[in-house]
Write a protein that binds this ligand. Structure first.
Ligand code: SF4
Ligand code: SF4
Length: 168
């Protein structure tokens, strides 16, 4: 029986211990002999793992990721907060030549482990941990970049090792 792990310190230790194993799993997934529908398995596992993890008790993505913001999103959130766009930009954004990002990590809008603008949150926030996206096997670099950050990703990957036959 698999036990869900949510302790971030444990995840960090396991990520170090499992570095070689995870490299081998990546090669295994990309191998030609794998018959399983990996995207289908990942989506099933994500549904199961997500139902057992309370993101409002974690919030680690909001505490550690850089969040991109589009013009439309900045307009929408500033309107929601009832402040002028110029004030919103000055308080919350850092602007590069082509990108805007939230100017703090953790994100300004996190209180404790809860998003205070949840219904208005940005596309990147909605997408993470992105396990519903197709072509999991082509996104392994990103998946493993977040493996120790996100308990959903960690537990999906660990169970995927079993369901694909990697641990046979
Ligand atoms: S906007 Fe909300 S969901 Fe997005 S990073 Fe900030 S706190 Fe997290
Ligand atoms: S998506 Fe992952 S990192 Fe973000 S709050 Fe949920 S479990 Fe934590």
């Amino acid at each position: 029986m698999y036990t869900i792990e949510t302790n971030l310190a444990v995840l960090a230790t396991r990520a170090k211990e499992k570095e070689a194993e995870n490299d081998a799993f990546g090669f295994f997934l990309k191998g030609n002999n794998l018959k399983e529908d990996v995207d289908g398995l990942v989506q099933q596992l994500e549904a199961s793992v997500s139902s057992q993890i309370d993101c409002t008790a974690c919030g680690n993505c909001c505490k550690s990721l850089m969040i991109n913001v589009t013009e439309e999103e900045a307009d929408r959130v500033s309107h929601h907060l009832q402040i002028e766009r110029a004030e919103f930009d000055q308080k919350y954004l850092e602007k590069g030549s082509s990108l805007m990002v939230i100017n703090t990590i953790p994100c300004h809008f996190l209180e404790g482990s809860v998003c205070t603008i949840y219904e208005q949150r940005f596309a990147g926030c909605r997408e993470f941990p992105a396990l519903h996206l197709p072509d999991f096997k082509k996104r392994l670099f990103t998946v493993f970049a977040h493996y120790a950050r996100c308990p959903i990703i960690y537990n999906v990957v660990e169970q995927l090792k079993v369901s694909t036959g990697f641990f046979s």
